[in-house]
Design a protein. Structure first.
Length: 94
């Protein structure tokens, strides 16, 4: 964080605000005036090596939900032989 950003962050925190910097969704998608955040996570076809949300991501998604912004997690199934796979557009809002 830049020194000037840190100064402003501390001022907001001193005024009682929670300041979130890390954990933003990978994408903000918008269609017909409706938008939501999308977090992309990988899961291996074998079931091992799945990615999980970091604490910062959980905190950010909770804050976004309180503000009325939905988020989804799009799970991409990856096999040992396939580095890129199709994924269904996420519908499971968290």
């Amino acid at each position: 964080m830049k020194r000037t950003e840190d100064i402003v962050r501390r001022q907001y925190e001193a005024a009682g605000y929670q300041v979130y910097r890390n954990g933003w969704p990978d994408f903000l998608v918008v269609k017909d005036g409706v938008g939501f955040g999308v977090e992309v996570k990988r899961v291996r076809a074998t079931g091992s090596g799945s990615e999980v949300l970091s604490d910062a991501q959980v905190d950010m998604q909770t804050a976004l939900h309180k503000l009325g912004l939905s988020t989804v997690i799009s799970w991409v199934v990856e096999s040992d032989t396939q580095r890129e796979s199709e994924t269904e557009i996420g519908r499971a809002h968290v």
